[in-house]
Ligand binder design. Structure first.
Ligand SMILES: Nc1ncnc2c1ncn2[C@@H]1O[C@H](COP(=O)(O)OP(=O)(O)O)[C@@H](O)[C@H]1O
Ligand SMILES: O=C(O)C1=C[C@@H](OP(=O)(O)O)[C@@H](O)[C@H](O)C1
Ligand SMILES: [Mg+2]
Length: 180
C-alpha cells in the first residue's frame, strides 16, 4: 500500500465520510483528517455555533481555507463536509491533489443516519426529506464530476465499504496488480 495517493472522500451528509474515512486511514496506516473536525478544533466551536455566529457564508470561507490547506498534505485520508463540492476552487483542489471518492447513498439512508444528530445546522428545518432531496439534485452532479471513483454506502456496513475502496484504489494505482 506504499503507493497510495491522498484519498479524499466526498458525498452527502450521512454517506459515511467521517466514519469510513477513519476506518480507511487505519486500514492503510494513514493519517486521517476530517475537515469539519479541524474547523471545529481551530474555532473552539461546534458547526452549529459557527453557522449561528457567522452564517453559512462564514462557514464556507473557513471550509475553503481548510480544503486548500489539508489537500496540500501528503498521504492522508480526508473526509470533507457534504457541501465542500459547491465551490469550484474546492473541486479543483480535490481533483488536482489526490484520488477523489464519492460515497454515494440514498436520501432514505441519509434521513435515518442523520436523524438523531443535532450537529448539522442545514437539517434544522421541518421537512428534512425535502431539504435532502433538493441538496441531492444540486450536488449529485458535482460529486460525480469531481470523483475518480463512486462507491455505494447504502445497505452495507462501513467495513465492506472500506474493503471495496482499498481494492479499487489499488487497481487504479497499479492496474495489473503486479508486485512492485
Ligand atoms: N455504511 C454505513 N452503514 C450504516 N451506518 C453508517 C454507515 N456509514 C455511516 N453510518 C452511520 O451514519 C451516521 C453518519 O455517518 P458520518 O460518518 O458522520 O457521515 P458523513 O460524515 O458522511 O456525514 C453515523 O452514525 C454512522 O455511524
Ligand atoms: O452538506 C453540508 O453542506 C454540510 C455537511 C456537514 O458535514 P457532513 O457531510 O460530514 O455531515 C457539515 O460540513 C456542515 O453541516 C454542512
Ligand atoms: Mg462528516
Amino acid at each position: 500500500m506504499q503507493d497510495f495517493p491522498n484519498l479524499f472522500l466526498i458525498g452527502p451528509m450521512g454517506a459515511g465520510k467521517s466514519t469510513i474515512g477513519r476506518l480507511l486511514a487505519a486500514e492503510l496506516s494513514r493519517d486521517f483528517v476530517d475537515s469539519d473536525h479541524e474547523i471545529q478544533d481551530r474555532c473552539g466551536a461546534d458547526i452549529p455555533w459557527i453557522f449561528d455566529v457567522e452564517g453559512e457564508a462564514g462557514f464556507r470561507e473557513r471550509e475553503q481555507q481548510m480544503v486548500d490547506e489539508l489537500t496540500q498534505r501528503q498521504g492522508i485520508v480526508l473526509a470533507t463536509g457534504g457541501g465542500a463540492v459547491m465551490r469550484e476552487v474546492n473541486r479543483r483542489a480535490l481533483r488536482d491533489r489526490g484520488t477523489v471518492i464519492y460515497l454515494y447513498t440514498t436520501v432514505e439512508q441519509q434521513l435515518k443516519r442523520t436523524a438523531k444528530d443535532r450537529n448539522r445546522p442545514l437539517l434544522r428545518g421541518n421537512d428534512r426529506e425535502e431539504i435532502l432531496r433538493t441538496m441531492f439534485a444540486k450536488r449529485d452532479p458535482l460529486y460525480r464530476a469531481t470523483a475518480d471513483l463512486i462507491v455505494r454506502t447504502d445497505r452495507r456496513g462501513p467495513r465492506s465499504v472500506v474493503n471495496e475502496i482499498v481494492r479499487r484504489v489499488g487497481r487504479l494505482v497499479n492496474p495489473l496488480q503486479c508486485k512492485a
